[in-house]
Design a protein around this ligand. Structure first.
Ligand SMILES: C[S@@+](CC[C@H](N)C(=O)[O-])C[C@H]1O[C@@H](n2cnc3c(N)ncnc32)[C@H](O)[C@@H]1O
Length: 430
C-alpha cells in the first residue's frame, strides 16, 4: 500500500519563500541583517549559545535589532559559508538560508525540534537537537573528528554529529536506546530495502503475527539478513507497543502508520543530504557501560552527554513495555542502570559513586585540551534538593578539568522534580 507523499508544511513554506524572498527579508538587505536568528530561538540560554557558537567560528559581531539580528564585523565569504553550513541558530546569512533552516523544514511531526528521524520513538529526556548542534560547534569539533557520548539515549547527539560530518561513538546500557540511535542514523543507507520489505511484511499481517513478539521477530529474520533493515522494523513494532500500552492505540493501525511516517522521514533525510551535499559522519553505537568504557586513553576529540538525572527519571520503568517485548529481564537490567538502584539515602550514594566512575572514564578517554560538555540538573528527592551539579563540578575539577562555562537552561516537563539544568563545559587541562 503506497501512501502519496504530501508536502510537509515546512516544504510548502520554503518553496514559497524561495519564490517570494520578501516573505522573510523585508526592507533592504543592510549589513545589520548579516545574520538573522531562527524564529524558534526564544530563550536567553539560546542567545548565549548562539554567541558562543559565533565566537567558536571566529566571527566578530554586533547584536542589532532587538537581539534577533547580528552584524558581522569581520566579514568574508569563507566565514559566511562556514556559518551557513554549520550554524545552529540562524535562519539566514547574508540573505541566504542556512543549511540548518533547510534541515529543520524536513519534519513529519508537529514538534519543531523533531525533524528528520529525531522523532522516532517517544523517548523521555531527549536532548534538544539544536542545542547539540551548537555545542558541537562551540567545542570546536571539525569534520572527521570524533565525539563520544557515554549515555547516548535516544541518539540525538549521534544524528546531529552525523549531519555535521563529525564521527560519533556512543554507548548506552539500554538495548532499546541502541536500536533507536542506529535506526535514526543507519536507515538512510538501506531505504530501498526497507521499502521493499514493507509490502512483504504487510502481506504477512494476520492477527497472529503481532500477538507474540517471537512470531514477528522470527519473520524479520526470515525476510532480511541486514541488521539495519531488521532494526528498522523492530523499532516500528516497539513504537506500536509503546502507542498501544501508553495511549491505548490500535496496534496494527499504529504499526502501519508509524512505518509510513518513518519511511517518509528517512526519505526526507536522504533528500536533504543530497540537496545540501552533506558529507555525513560515521556513527557507531553499542550497548556499553559508562563506568567501564572500551575505548583507549586520550582517544576522542570531544564529549557531549547528559547522564541519568539521579532519581528524576526511572529509565527502566519508562520503557518497560518495549524492553519486555525485546525479551529482556528488566529486573536484572536494573543492576547496571545508573540512578535506579537502592532506596532513600542509599540510592543517592549509589548514584554518586556510579557517576564518579563514569566521570573518570570521560577524563581517561578524552584528549588533553579538548572539551567535555555535561548537561545536568539538580533534582528534588524526598523534599530535598540533590546537589548533583555542584558535585559534578567539584569532582570533574578534581580529575583535571577546568570549568569553562556554566550556562543555566530551563527545562519543560518534569516540573515537579526539576526546573532547570546546567550546561557545563569543561576543558581537560592536565
Ligand atoms: C538523560 S538520558 C540520555 C538522553 C540523551 N541525551 C538523549 O538525547 O536522548 C541518560 C541515559 O543513560 C543511560 N544509562 C543509565 N545507566 C547507564 C550506564 N551504566 N552506562 C551507560 N548508559 C547508562 C540510560 O539508559 C539513558 O538512556
Amino acid at each position: 500500500m503506497e501512501i502519496k507523499r504530501l508536502k510537509t508544511k515546512g516544504e510548502t513554506m520554503i518553496e514559497r519563500a524561495e519564490n517570494q524572498f520578501w516573505a522573510y527579508e523585508t526592507g533592504n538587505n543592510s549589513d545589520s541583517k548579516d545574520l538573522v536568528l531562527l524564529d524558534n530561538v526564544q530563550f536567553i540560554y539560546e542567545l548565549s549559545l548562539a554567541e558562543l557558537e559565533l565566537k567558536a567560528l571566529n566571527v566578530e559581531f554586533e547584536v542589532t535589532n532587538g537581539l534577533r539580528e547580528f552584524k558581522i564585523l569581520n566579514k568574508s565569504n569563507e566565514q559566511k559559508e562556514l556559518i551557513k553550513r554549520k550554524g545552529a541558530f540562524y535562519k539566514t546569512v547574508g540573505g541566504q538560508f542556512t543549511d540548518y533552516f533547510q534541515i529543520i523544514q524536513r519534519n513529519q511531526t508537529r514538534s519543531v525540534n523533531q525533524y528528520l528521524t529525531h522523532w522516532i520513538y517517544p523517548y523521555k529526556g531527549k536532548f534538544h537537537p539544536q542545542m547539540i548542534r551548537a555545542l558541537l560547534n562551540i567545542i570546536g569539533l571539525k569534520e572527521g573528528e570524533t565525539v563520544f557520548e557515554p549515555f547516548s539515549g535516544s541518539g540525538t547527539t549521534a544524528l546531529e554529529a552525523q549531519l555535521l560530518g563529525i564521527n560519533f561513538i556512543g554507548i548506552d546500557i539500554s538495548p532499546l536506546c541502541v536500536i533507536q540511535g542506529k535506526v535514526k542514523t543507519e536507515s538512510i543507507y538501506v531505504i530501498d530495502e526497507i521499502k521493499k520489505l514493507k509490502s512483504e511484511i504487510l502481506a504477512n499481517i494476520t492477527p497472529n503475527l503481532f500477538q507474540t513478539n517471537e512470531n514477528y521477530y522470527n519473520l524479520l529474520n526470515i525476510l532480511s539478513k541486514d541488521e539495519r533493515v531488521k532494526n528498522f522494523y523492530m523499532l516500528a513494532r516497539l513504537l506500536a507497543v509503546s502507542d498501544n500500552s501508553r495511549r491505548n492505540r490500535d496496534f496494527v493501525n499504529s504499526f502501519i502508520k508509524n512505518v509510513d511516517l518513518m519511511i517518509l522521514s528517512i526519505e526526507d533525510y536522504v533528500e536533504i543530504k543530497e540537496k545540501l551535499n552533506l558529507k555525513l559522519g560515521d556513527v557507531k553505537i553499542e550497548i556499553g557501560d559508562s563506568r567501564n568504557v572500551k575505548l583507549p586513553d586520550n582517544s576522542v576529540d570531544g564529549i557531549i552527554t547528559s547522564p541519568p538525572y539521579s532519581i528524576a527519571l526511572d529509565y527502566v520503568q519508562n520503557d518497560i513495555h518495549s524492553l519486555k517485548d525485546l525479551s529482556y529481564d528488566v529486573l536484572k537490567m536494573r543492576d547496571d542502570f545508573i540512578g535506579v538502584r537502592g532506596n532513600g539515602k542509599n540510592k543517592i550514594e549509589l548514584y554518586n559513586d556510579d557517576m564518579k566512575k563514569s566521570y573518570k572514564e570521560i577524563y581517561r578517554v578524552l584528549k588533553t585540551n579538548k572539551y567535555a560538555v555535561i548537561v545536568i540538573g539538580n533534582a528534588t528527592y524526598q523534599g530535598q534538593e540533590v546537589k548533583t551539579v555542584e558535585l559534578t563540578i567539584k569532582f570533574m575539577e578534581g580529575l583535571g578539568f577546568k570549568l569553562e562555562k556554566n550556562i543555566n537552561k530551563i527545562i519543560f516537563g518534569l516540573y515537579n522534580v526539576m526546573k532547570k539544568e546546567n550546561i557545563l563545559i569543561f576543558k581537560k587541562v592536565k
